[in-house]
Design a protein around this ligand. Sequence first.
Ligand code: VGL
Ligand code: ZN
Length: 242
Amino acid sequence: MNRLSRRELLQIFASSAAFGASAWHWKARAADAKVKPGGDAALIVVDVQNCFVTGGTLPVKDGEQVVPVINKIAPMFQNIIATQDWHTPGHASFASSHPGKKPFENVTLKYGQQVLWPDHCVQGTEDAALHKDLKLPTAQLIIRKGYQKGVDSYSAFMEADRKTVTGLAGYLKARGIKTVFVTGLATDFCVAWTAQDARKAGFGVYVIEDACRAIDLNGSLAAAWKAMEGAGCKRVQSSDLA
Ligand code: VGL
Ligand code: ZN
């Protein structure tokens, strides 16, 4: 009798064209099978900017270490999108805009709770530029976010008012993208919000853990992974890609 192994069954299941983005939760991948991004996949490189690495205004611990990892996997992708946190001077997410408030405290804005940050990623400054060693010559779109003075945007898809879209979902859908691979800074803020919003918009989502670094404020990293995995985002390592 011709019996298929569990591994073969899993691979057939995972590669079956019958399972579109709606069945994303049910797709399984054999532990030793590599993930190969196809023409309908996009790499999203979130906020790998000077502000978020050593020497920047809001440095993420070891933030610069994502650069070689992202450079290594980028050639596996036919579609690449980068994002830039792109704030006005005096932005509502800056502690300096709220008298008596300090960075990393919370404040209530019109749209809800907002963590306050040091002034960072101000439009057009060197601090807001992409890291100089990032090599993404084939990147097709740079999406900027957080450019409205009164509204933050951790997510590359939707601003913090949870109403205003950036246009990224429409762009990706118009180009036939079904799956996104999320990398960059910071795991527990802009990466996590981007990954969850990508799921909400109907994309399959992989988050490449070793291509991300976290801020980890009061347990935010563990909470972010729980939320991402709960939303159906898959946690993988760069070595899982081919
Ligand atoms: C980010 C805090 C404030 C991020 C951006 O890119 O994760 N975090 N602005
Ligand atoms: Zn910001």
